[in-house]
Design a binder for this molecule. Structure first.
Ligand SMILES: Nc1nc2c(c(=O)[nH]1)N[C@H]1C(S)=C(S)[C@@H](COP(=O)(O)OP(=O)(O)OC[C@H]3O[C@@H](n4cnc5c(=O)[nH]c(N)nc54)[C@H](O)[C@@H]3O)O[C@H]1N2
Ligand SMILES: Nc1nc2c(c(=O)[nH]1)N[C@H]1C(S)=C(S)[C@@H](COP(=O)(O)OP(=O)(O)OC[C@H]3O[C@@H](n4cnc5c(=O)[nH]c(N)nc54)[C@H](O)[C@@H]3O)O[C@H]1N2
Ligand code: SF4
Ligand SMILES: [Mo]
Length: 708
């Protein structure tokens, strides 16, 4: 699609923002053979940035931000600006053909083979398992490689059909939060409409770090708000530092704080009795817990001052107030309880279902009309009984168990960097009798252990849909270039495997065009995919949407279940509790391993320019801890616990608080002498609900490395 006006707009944009390097690069291109193609970033990111790909004489020259994309205004984040013009489009970095293992597991020795040979090897391994009713011994992991609709979810059709065991993707990220909200409200993917910020008097960012994880929403939405911005976070990240108030509480003390805010609201006469009576059940049962949650007591439990707690409690309750409910927030041992407590606070103060209120965990597909059934039909006939899925917290054990796992697929997932119990995972993947298939863009620490590596096409190489999980929009992912080498989109790879296995279901062979058309129609967008491609992104709701505007809750009682009988079967108490985690054991530090500014989970960890930005793998500690342990900036230390150990460089940082250290997630184990990252220290402790990750509660000991 050649678009002269878009080109003029873009050149003007870069001139205005004084990016003269890009301006000159673009103006030097010959005008006759220039193409500008709009597409969308499909990373697992709140921002879903609009992209323009510039081609000159048919050759891709530049991937850059789309100035016509409102939420971002023409900027990509630093990591994508580097990696999309780096490893993602570099033939020398990408996998280009199917590969078969030629050395021992972990050695990363491969030979190129044809697709025909690769698919037939897979068929030879899977077919006997299906014939012997051993389908549940086929395991698959998948997650955030790409979250575009088809490449992110379509392959599940194949695995459901053959009855494979799924390693539940959300269990490594946000499942405790989803389940807690679902038990209470009957849904977890209906958040506030960001456009209602104009009606709010205060916003709390509770356990999220938009300065890293949503850089454009942070800069252009949150920081532009002319109302108090409050961060509640154990670490002083850039969003917290730029907030009007930062409550730097002890990790794992959020539920106690939420109860205290309810105590303050009650004292101030700011409980919304009418909303509670009409829409919820069980609030009155919390009376004793709320009474006990005084500001003085909560200050001791959370490490905050009474004044700060009082101030925030009053501003929030008065409202209208919004809460950005972070995903990092529920990655703690009682993450489910924390979410119930905070959501109860929203309901009790009536900060929901009205302009300028609500909380946002995420805005999912469903509220845009895209039913999960359109993407993964639930009428696919499974071979044999459907096996249960397992948690990522149990993956390492499953891979070590010959009786459980026989064939293992990892697609859209780099478990050796991102999943817990890294040492055990490595041992499991090294099993000679485990047949492992990785579908990937790059050689990773996980593909090193594969018997077969299948080359996936990147988002620049096929059409798809992106459904942002913050803004209520939908965007086109548009094919910009032909797939590199012999790469194929994820969905095409699984169509090939299904065909080799002689599976007949139409759903396993449905075309991308058909799925795109169905999903787009479901959103109510009046154009077709070609129209969307021209625009890039469209808003789906003209009017601002109020969270739970119809006050219909898909729970057993039809109301918001503050007291919840159904959750008892999950081993949870009927009511949320003002819990705080036990103090960290003496001599240990609690480690938080949040998102890095320069990585997307572990993606981009193989780009040389990104590696330079990351610097040496480090642990950030507070000056108080450095003095206490006589540690110096730049010193190498051993960080260890019962699960594993890791050598890191000390950085003394005002981001950390005494007793709480930070190790950013996502560093590639193979890029480091210790062949490990923070997940070697991660025991895979499960949350109170949903067997999800409580990775922000790792405890470690730091010892000095002795000079040799
Ligand atoms: N210590 C610690 N660990 C964590 C977290 C934490 O906070 N702390 N956070 C957790 C969270 S929130 C998450 S969501 C998980 C994420 O864990 P993962 O979903 O495993 O994310 P990545 O490690 O980035 O791996 C994604 C892989 O997909 C590949 N990929 C990219 N595009 C495609 C594609 O189109 N097709 C295919 N087949 N592959 C593609 C990339 O090259 C990359 O290797 O990590 C979790 N791990
Ligand atoms: N640059 C970048 N962007 C990303 C990602 C990435 O890896 N890199 N990952 C993407 C993915 S998969 C996800 S899920 C989202 C995650 O987005 P976020 O929710 O922002 O995720 P995190 O960075 O893990 O954690 C956010 C905050 O939770 C805080 N936290 C930890 N424990 C506690 C606690 O006990 N109480 C409170 N109040 N806060 C706590 C951490 O200190 C951290 O600042 O980001 C997405 N965007
Ligand atoms: S990762 Fe997020 S911020 Fe970066 S380009 Fe993609 S959508 Fe934008
Ligand atoms: Mo995540």
């Amino acid at each position: 699609m050649a678009d002269a006006q878009l080109f003029v707009d873009i050149i003007e944009h870069y001139r205005l923002i004084q990016n003269m390097d890009l301006f000159q690069e673009l103006t030097s291109m010959s005008s006759n053979n220039r193409e500008m193609i709009k597409t969308t970033c499909p990373r697992d990111c709140y921002d879903a940035c609009g992209i323009v790909a510039v081609k000159d004489n048919g050759k891709l020259r530049k991937i850059m931000g789309d100035p016509t994309h409102k939420p971002t205004g023409g900027a990509l984040c630093g990591k994508c600006a580097i990696a999309y013009n780096g490893v993602f489009t570099d033939h020398n970095s990408r996998l280009l053909t199917p590969l078969k293992r030629a050395g021992s597991k972990g050695e990363a020795q491969f030979v190129a083979i044809s697709w025909t040979e690769a698919i037939s090897l897979i068929k030879d391994k899977i077919k006997p398992l299906l014939e012997n009713s051993e389908h549940s011994h086929i395991y698959h992991t998948h997650y955030t490689g790409t979250v575009s609709l088809i490449a992110g979810w379509y392959p599940i059709r194949f695995f459901n059909r053959i009855g494979a065991t799924e390693v539940d993707p959300d269990s490594v990220c946000n499942k405790a939060g989803h389940e807690a909200l679902t038990y209470m409200f009957g849904a977890s993917e209906e958040g506030f409409d960001p456009r209602t910020l104009k009606d709010a008097k205060c916003i709390i960012v509770w356990g999220a770090n938009p300065s890293h994880t949503a850089p454009h929403q942070n800069k252009r939405w949150l920081m532009q708000a002319d109302i108090p911005i409050i961060s509640i976070d154990p670490i002083a990240h850039a969003t917290a530092k730029a907030s009007d108030v930062h409550l730097q509480l002890k990790p794992g003390s959020d539920a106690a704080l939420a109860f205290c805010f309810m105590n303050i609201a009650r004292r101030e006469g700011l409980i919304d009795d009418q909303y509670l009576a009409e829409n919820s059940i069980g609030f009155e049962e919390l009376e004793e817990s709320i009474n006990a949650a005084t500001s003085e007591r909560t200050a001791l439990l959370t490490g905050l001052s009474v004044d700060d707690i009082e101030m925030v409690g009053k501003i929030y309750a008065k409202g209208p107030s919004m809460i950005w409910l972070g995903q990092g927030l529920q990655r703690q041992p009682r993450g489910g309880n924390v979410f119930r407590a905070i959501a109860t606070l929203c309901v009790a103060t009536g900060n929901i279902s009205k302009p300028g209120t609500g909380f946002c965990y995420m805005n999912g597909r469903d509220i845009r009309g895209i039913d999960v059934n359109t993407i993964v039909p639930d009428d696919l006939k499974t071979i044999g009984p459907s096996p249960d899925s397992i948690s990522h917290m149990d993956l390492a054990d499953a891979l070590l168990d010959k009786g459980r796992t026989k064939v293992f697929f990892a697609w859209n997932n780099n478990i050796m960097a991102s999943s817990p119990e890294q040492k055990k995972l490595r041992q499991g993947l090294a099993r000679e009798d485990l047949f492992t298939v990785c579908v990937e863009l790059f050689h990773t620490d996980t593909t090193n252990y594969a018997d077969l590596v299948l080359p996936a096409a990147s988002f620049l190489e096929f059409d798809d849909l992106v459904v942002p999980y913050f803004d209520l929009t939908v965007s086109a992912q548009t094919k910009v270039i032909e797939p590199m080498g012999e790469c194929l989109p994820n969905q095409e790879i699984f169509r090939k495997i299904a065909s080799a296995l002689d599976l007949q279901d139409e759903a396993l062979f449905e075309s991308d065009e058909s799925i795109l058309a169905k999903c787009l129609a479901a959103t109510g967008y009046e154009g077709n995919f070609e129209d969307l491609k021209r625009l890039g992104t469209v808003e789906l709701f003209e009017e601002t949407r109020l969270q739970f505007h119809d006050k219909k809750f898909d729970t057993p009682s039809g109301k918001i279940e503050i007291a919840c009988d159904a959750i008892i079967q999950k081993g949870m108490p009927r009511l949320p509790e003002p819990h705080v985690d036990q103090s960290t054991a003496k001599g240990k530090l609690r480690v938080i391993s949040p998102a890095s500014n320069w990585l997307m989970n572990s993606t981009y960890g193989n780009d040389a320019r990104i590696l330079k930005k990351l610097g040496a793998p480090s642990i950030l500690i507070h000056a108080h801890d450095a003095t206490r342990m006589a540690l110096e900036e730049g010193e190498m230390v051993n960080v260890n616990n019962a699960t594993g150990e890791l050598q890191l460089m000390i950085k003394i940082s005002d981001i950390a608080q005494p007793g709480v250290a930070v190790i950013y997630k996502g560093h590639w184990p193979g890029k480091d002498g210790t062949k490990a990252n923070v997940n070697v220290l991660n025991p895979g402790l499960k949350t109170d609900l949903a067997e999800s990750s409580s990775v922000h509660a790792i405890e470690v000991t730091i010892t000095k490395l002795k000079a040799v």
